[in-house]
Design a protein around this ligand. Structure first.
Ligand code: NAD
Ligand code: MG
Length: 395
């Protein structure tokens, strides 16, 4: 069997390293051709030592020089490239069959677009890229003939409950139900949320993830982004995407069919399962995830999300019904607000204020976004506006 030649964008992150865990179990199936990181040169070097990719990418000359030194000392011939353009170029390169998009944030969008246009097998963890790219992203997938495989656990669950033939989806689905754990503050009084610390916010009860998505889980903005992501992945009207809080994170999401039958995908909360499915689809391979033990399983419970505690969640449906580009503004504001919260500049509940105000201020002036450059410009404008809102909030 010909090996699948894999590029992992953001290989040093949580999803990136879980991907390498799965890949390491199947040396006969996968060849790692490229690895990339933003900051963690030492981790990237260790990954290069284990997987011997042809290329590694870092954002600055300084970090690249450090990696080159380490590689030379170890006698490794991985070529080190520099900058965002190198990511985009590599994502569309002929020597790559599949791209794991596991960069966090809109920063991953250009490389995703390049992979889509080049017709790659595109494993999408980087939900922000689709939230920003929207219809343009899906058009690039269609034009390039790419195979888009969801890695977000909820979307992988939905995908696993659907037939391989996409043309049958619309006739089959009545609506989908995305499950949400409710994060670390599911039961916390909403009037005590203003003084939670970054450390409390990133301490997720069920999943170990990067810091940004962990904060998003605590605000439930993660689920808002996932509602938007589902709209594009499964071509659904906003009202046909519902959310239920399921604190055990055992059911990863559900498809409610037109006849009332409900299909669910279950498993322990471990990203290696959706990653393995993305890597092996339509086959199944060992993921290394712990198995569900039904005899030891406690109750599975379900609750509606609390609007007062998680107001950010509800921005998703509003943004989807608003003109295209609105979801890009929401994403940019949220990325800026979360970064400010993590650095201690704003409080936890201010994240929602920043998102809602930035949307209110920019949305009326929204022009059409026809190209990737239009979207990137809108993203940049929304970040400036969000910073302005934060300045106002502080005074
Ligand atoms: P992480 O912070 O652990 O890793 C992010 C990776 O992206 C790192 O390798 C980092 O070096 C790289 N990176 C960060 N900023 C970059 C930039 N500007 N340019 C280039 N590279 C950059 O994040 P994560 O938890 O692995 O999440 C990655 C993506 O997957 C996110 O979009 C997240 O929403 C999604 N996701 C994660 C999980 C999870 O369990 N961690 C689950 C579902 C979806
Ligand atoms: Mg998810």
């Amino acid at each position: 069997m010909k090996k699948l030649r894999l590029l992992i964008l953001g290989s040093t992150g949580s999803v990136g390293s879980s991907t390498l865990d799965v890949v390491a179990r199947h040396p006969d199936r996968f060849e790692v051709v490229g690895l990339t990181s933003f900051r963690r040169v030492d981790v990237l070097f260790e990954q290069c030592r284990s997987f011997k990719p042809r290329v590694a990418v870092l954002p600055t000359e300084e970090r690249a020089a450090r990696l080159r030194e380490l590689l030379a000392a170890a006698g490794l011939d991985t070529e080190v490239r520099v900058g965002a353009a190198a990511l985009t170029e590599l994502a569309g390169a002929a020597e790559v069959d599949a791209v794991m998009a596991s960069i966090v944030g809109a920063a991953g969008l250009p490389a995703c677009m390049a992979a889509a246009k080049a017709g790659k097998r595109l494993l999408l963890a980087n939900k922000e890229a689709l939230v920003v790219g929207g219809g343009l992203f899906m058009q690039a997938v269609a034009d390039g003939g790419a195979t888009l495989l969801p890695i977000d656990s909820e979307h992988s669950a939905i995908f696993q409950c659907l037939p391989e033939d996409r043309s049958a989806w619309a006739r089959r689905i009545d609506h989908i139900v995305l499950t949400a754990s409710g994060g670390p503050f599911r039961e916390r009084q909403h009037d005590s949320l203003h003084d939670v610390t970054p450390e409390q916010a990133v301490a997720h009860p069920n999943w170990v993830m990067g810091r940004k998505i962990s904060v998003d889980s605590a605000t439930m903005m993660n689920k808002a982004l996932e509602v938007i992501e589902a709209r594009w992945l499964f071509d659904l009207a906003p009202e046909n995407i519902r959310v239920v809080v399921h604190p055990q994170s055992i059911i990863h999401s559900m498809v409610v069919c037109r006849d009332g039958s409900v299909l669910a995908q279950l498993g322990t909360p471990d990203m290696k399962v959706p990653i393995a499915y993305g890597l092996s689809f339509p086959e199944r391979i060992e993921s290394g995830a712990p198995r569900l033990d039904f005899m030891a399983m406690k109750d599975l419970s379900f609750n509606p999300p609390d609007r007062e505690r998680f107001p950010g969640l509800y921005l998703a449906w509003d943004a989807l019904r608003a003109p295209a580009g609105t979801t890009a503004i929401l994403n940019a504001a949220n990325e800026e607000a979360v970064a400010a919260f993590l650095s201690g500049t704003i409080g936890f509940t201010a994240i929602h204020s920043v998102n809602a105000r930035t949307l209110d201020q920019l949305q009326p002036h929204l022009g059409a976004s026809h190209t990737l450059d239009d979207l990137l410009e809108l993203d940049a404008r929304a970040r400036v506006q969000a910073q302005q809102v934060m300045k106002e909030l502080r005074t």
